[in-house]
Ligand binder design. Structure first.
Ligand code: AMP
Length: 396
């Protein structure tokens, strides 16, 4: 991987794509700065090496041009505090004013450009727009793993203008190294744990994982579709009726590939989706009408934990239940704890996807797994075996 660790940055204008897509409150304060913090090592590397850091990012989903709530100017003060250095801002990301701002930079300076997505050409992967961005820099560095699965102007097309001077940032490099550790040559047994609401959106990931893992644990809402496909009664649980055949196919595919597919054996059910609902515990194949399964039960936790504790490589994406509500968080918490225990015993564990990361943080387990991926969508596409455009753009 061509990363910025060993290249000369002194005096160079480093065009750096980061992921500063942070949540802001109504007064434009940043409510979670994890993404900014994740990009700090690369920014620091550039400026302490005497380079000029020209920072590009998107923020939110602007519809058509400038919108105050999506302006990257709201990130500069916070970035400045974190870096303990002055950070300037340019009111656009292309055009004459921005070129002047760039030309005034001295070694070690940091300049944040305005939101790339205020120009519709960014998402369209427009060549001219990419060329205009490219004119700001001597080098192109991509550290935005969160958008690595997008062929946008600043994440992919722009690399064409830097055939010899394109590099991965330290975060991007770390993300790929960790995914490769898990997938390319995993220590076995290799266990994937997939949860979350629905099978839709994760079908390709599950299929691809069935070619790689020894055990596939399925929990969360999607498990009920598998159970119904096998003839179980799941009451009013979340079921994707259009995916029943697919679920059967996946179960058969696992058998043919010698992969152990573990479904929950019991379920914590409720008559309503809230913390005051009537609770009921049952076998997962025997959920009464009027009740829906909202968490895995204690027997499932024991069975899953046993497999996890015997694993040497573990990937986790998606919660085991509705962990946002106190009544239904136990399964997700206990599975998280089992992963941490396995990690302490020497397993490599990788957690990714917005909700699993939120869960791991909520339960205070973030420091106890091997790696937390910053890119949910990008990680899923990598797991699916798809080529990430931003990765290919720099590797080739
Ligand atoms: P995903 O984005 O597909 O990973 O889904 C995450 C969401 O799945 C979370 O908001 C959970 O509350 C939800 N979820 C997990 N288990 C269940 C379940 N048994 N029934 C309904 N929703 C669930």
């Amino acid at each position: 991987m061509k990363n910025i660790s060993n290249i000369t940055l002194r005096g160079k204008k480093v065009l750096l794509r980061v992921d500063f897509n942070v949540p802001l409150d109504k007064d434009f304060n940043i409510t979670d700065d994890s993404r900014i913090k994740a990009a700090l090592p690369t920014i620091q590397k550039v400026i302490t090496s005497g380079g000029k850091a020209i920072i590009m990012s998107h923020l939110g989903r602007p519809k058509n041009g400038f919108e105050e709530k999506f302006s990257l100017k709201h990130t500069t003060k916070h970035l400045s505090n974190l870096l303990k250095t002055e950070v300037s801002f340019s009111i656009d990301c292309i055009g004459e004013k921005t070129s002047v701002d760039v030309s005034k930079m001295k070694n070690g300076d940091v300049l944040v450009l305005e939101n790339l997505r205020f120009h519709s050409q960014e998402k369209l992967g427009d060549n001219d727009f990419a060329k205009k961005l490219a004119e700001h820099g001597d080098l192109y560095v991509n550290d935005a793993f969160g958008t690595a699965h997008r062929a946008h102007a600043s994440t992919s097309i722009i690399a064409n203008y830097f055939p010899k001077n394109k590099y991965f940032g330290l975060l991007f490099n770390k993300e790929i190294n960790n995914l490769e550790t898990a997938l390319e040559n995993p220590k076995r047994p290799f266990t994937a744990i997939i949860g979350g609401a629905k099978i839709t959106g994760k079908i390709d990931t599950i299929t691809s994982l069935l070619n790689k893992v020894d055990n596939l644990i399925v929990g969360g809402g999607m498990a009920y579709t598998f159970v119904k496909a096998m003839g179980g009664c799941v009451g009013d649980s979340l079921v994707e009726d259009s995916k029943l055949d697919l679920a059967k196919d996946l179960i058969n595919y696992a058998k043919e590939n010698g992969v152990k597919l573990l479904l929950p054996s019991d379920s914590l059910n409720a008559n309503e989706l809230n913390n005051n609902a009537v609770l009921q515990h049952s076998e997962i194949t025997n959920i009464p009408d009027g009740f829906m399964g909202l968490d895995i039960g204690s027997d499932s936790i024991t069975r899953f934990s046993k497999v996890i504790l015997n694993s040497k490589t573990i990937i986790w994406n998606g919660p085991m239940g509705v962990f946002e509500m106190d009544n239904f968080l136990n399964g997700t918490k206990k599975i998280g704890e089992a992963i941490c225990k396995a990690t302490r015993k020497g397993a490599f564990s990788l957690v990714g996807g917005g909700d699993s990361v939120a869960a791991v943080k909520q339960f205070g387990l973030a420091e106890k797994v091997s790696y937390i991926s910053t890119g949910g969508g990008a990680m899923l596409e990598y797991l699916e075996g798809k080529k990430l455009p931003a990765l290919t753009a720099i590797k080739n």
